[in-house]
Design a protein around this ligand. Sequence first.
Ligand code: PLP
Length: 444
Amino acid sequence: MADERHSGDHPFRFPQDADRDFPHGGARSTPNGGPGVSGRARRRSGIRAEHIITMSGRHFLQIPGPTNVPERILRAMDRTVVDHRGAELPPVVFEIVEGLRGTFQSRDGAIALFPASGTGATEAAVVNTLNPGDRALAFNNGAFSHAFAEVARRFSVDVDEVDLPWDRGVPPDLIRDRLAADADHTYRALLVVHNETSTGATTDLAAVRRAMDAAGHPAFLIVDAVSSLASLDFRFDEWAVDVALAGSQKGLMLPPGLGIVCIGARALRRAEDVTTPRAFFDWRPVLKEMERGYFPFTPATLLLYGLREALRMLSEEGLPQVITRHRRLAEAVRAAVRAWERPVQCREPAEYSNTLTAVVVPEGADSDAVRRVAETHFNLSLGAGLGRLAGKVFRIGHLGSLNELEVLATLAGTELAMTVAGIQVPVGAGVAAAQRVLLEHVGT
Ligand code: PLP
């Protein structure tokens, strides 16, 4: 158990809680202020009124989700709310289901949507497949993988949470050995986060599937794809994933508010037998209604229009091109970090995340100071260090709707912010290094 890593009275803290602790304990402020920011909150957070009032141009939301919402999606959502039991909704829902299947790379995966964040989708995955007392194998290689284990524990699942360093993905060999040692097949499920958003390390799911097969273990493979779907290669069918869960606010380029689950045949059958109490997150009525294009509750109607548009955009660009773009932009960001002579939190190059990079600040420096300067002076939001990485790393999100020039501007802003925050970096070197990487790719 990793409780001691998280301060506070509560037995555990979700990573989101860590994010809520704005540096200096001040209230979280919007970068461009606005009526919600009290003078006291502003003073406590270090934001000066003149910055809030005079910031013009667009805000650079370069946290690893929520990501920037493209104009096209904003326009698709800018419409009157339809009757969710009327004739307009079913074609939208049917198109979404097909589009999401393509994004998960699944032919027949059942898609369930909940008006919830990614954590809701996590809960849906757990309560529909696991009984109280079932054993699950999980890994603590970052704040979100720990939170995944905790959600299962909340429903009395007996979780074996393997403590790992927070600087790499889950080693497939470890999975093979743990499962091979479980000769009686007592583990009902393996809980894996594909892309650990707190550290910027990706787990090789193809290798995880091979490890499970090598051990001949029938455990369900339940995968958190929150910060990988629609950005990294995700192969639901090929990797024989049983349940994959995601949210709307990352690679899908939408505001937060949709929890998404893709369910395989085995998990669908399992949900019929599970006795865990469930109501809102029972996926059976959702699937039944979605077959007719409806929901058993009031859906997040406008987000559905946004999701349809997002899926159209992904299809126009082409999923392989989307994945390649994320790789190209990530390489540019990593080149910049190398030029700054700062380490990235992930120590295994083969596992570098192509959706975010966690940059380690020097001993004695405070990564939240960099974020604060970036936000207040340059209208740029960078991700906080979460859990045990609080103050030690800041995270650059490079996923979703993003292009070369936006990445370069983000890097330029980050260099400025580090410099103002007192971290010595050769100003311009990161941007130049990223430009060189991007130049290599022109025309490819
Ligand atoms: N899992 C991962 C990998 C995440 O990155 C996040 C959020 O960033 C979550 C789960 C939780 O999702 P949400 O904050 O939408 O509930």
